[in-house]
Design a protein around this ligand. Structure first.
Ligand code: F0G
Length: 355
């Protein structure tokens, strides 16, 4: 049996990158499509989770990063920069280390989860904290890339989306056709745009007979694609998608419009509830932002929407261990509300049970 080779070697001829680019890879992609008995039961549909937390740095960002870093290295770049709510910086730092390039990351001060910060630092990134939000960080990163010899690897770099579209290929390869619906969280809107590119390409090549309806879910406090106007001060506990002016706005709108889909907002409470339900029903622990697609499905069911008889894929974008603080906080608040002590506050002496 052979080992999965990573996104570039598995799909090289389908990616619009210089075909002689050597792959800088941590063998990302090839992530499991896990059947959700719970959500299938609730919907009467066949619901699968694309578990992107199983990537090398714990999020889907690795798919785009193998492509962006490989191309940047091939073109002779020695330093790379990105703005990030955390996962992009963690991924960039790891791939930059693998390629022996210098990583520089800009993050919103106080708004990135500890696990992601640890990853960026341990992989050797220079981390700059910005008094501002992700959108401000991206502005600075673009400016730096224009004025200094450093390659920008945010998803405004089209090579990133080339790597990320591989997730759609994998889903079709596994299911034998495209699903009827694809649901996912949306922040800077690169991922929904990349999936749509991938599904379109596979349909054009005849690998799929159809393309899914794309439904993107944003956090209520950061939902510009739902309201149609940028949010100058985005706010949500799902820090990964705390973004007010998505860079891939028009590509994302194209994805929902061409597919007959839409954007919708979910509250932080709905997101955190979905995170826990997914963990307890399906054994899949994802970070808060990653549960937005599941929260969206649950909200739609409650509103009377039907998915019965269809095939549904929900991307869960990043691992739960990225942000344990938010998960434990939500859990403790829940326990308190029900008048129960939080297990994290309950300690017993070691002589309670006699030997
Ligand atoms: N889920 C997670 C876990 C993310 O980290 C992100 C984006 C998204 C969803 C949204 O994806 O931006 O393509 O619409 N995180 C970026 C970052 C912004 O810097 O890590 P998108």
């Amino acid at each position: 049996t052979r080992q999965w080779r990573g996104v570039i070697e598995e799909y090289r001829h389908l990616l619009e990158i210089p075909q002689d680019t050597p792959a800088v890879t941590l063998r990302e992609g090839g992530t499991p499509l896990v059947h959700s008995g719970w959500l299938s039961g609730l919907t009467g549909a066949d619901v699968h989770l694309k578990v992107e937390g199983d990537n090398p740095t714990g999020s889907f960002k690795d798919r785009g990063m193998t492509a962006a870093i490989s191309v940047a290295k091939h073109e002779g770049a020695r330093a790379v920069v990105c703005a990030s709510t955390g996962n992009t910086s963690a991924s960039m730092a790891a791939y930059a280390a693998k390629a022996q390039m210098t990583p520089l990351v800009l993050v919103p001060e106080g708004k990135i989860a500890a696990g992601k910060m640890a990853q960026a630092i341990v992989h050797g990134a220079q981390v700059i904290m910005v008094r501002g939000n992700f959108d401000d960080c991206l502005g600075i990163a673009k400016g730096l890339a224009e004025q200094y010899p450093v390659a920008l690897v945010n998803s405004v770099n089209p090579v990133r989306l080339q790597g990320q579209k591989s997730a759609a290929f994998e889903i079709v390869d596994f299911l034998g056709d495209a699903p009827d619906f694809h649901l996912l969280p949306v922040g800077n809107a690169g991922n929904i745009s990349a999936y749509w590119m991938g599904y379109r390409q596979y349909a054009e090549l005849g690998h799929a007979t159809k393309r899914p309806v794309m439904r993107g879910f944003q956090a209520e406090g950061a939902s510009p694609l739902v309201t149609g106007t940028p949010f100058p001060e985005p706010e949500t506990k799902a820090t990964a998608i705390r973004i007010g002016n998505p860079a891939s706005w028009s590509l994302a709108v194209e994805a929902t419009e061409e597919s007959g889909g839409r954007f919708a907002a979910v509250s932080d409470d709905q997101i955190l509830a979905a995170q826990r339900l997914l963990a307890t029903h399906d054994g899949v622990f994802v970070e808060p932002a990653s549960a937005a697609g599941v929260a969206g499905l649950l909200a739609e069911l409650e509103a009377g929407e039907s998915y019965a008889g269809s095939t549904v894929v929900i991307t869960v974008t990043g691992h739960g261990l990225k942000d344990t603080a938010t998960a434990l906080e939500a859990y403790s608040a829940d326990q308190a509300e029900q008048g129960r002590p939080s297990i994290v506050d309950t300690v017993i002496d070691n002589d309670v049970v006699a030997a």
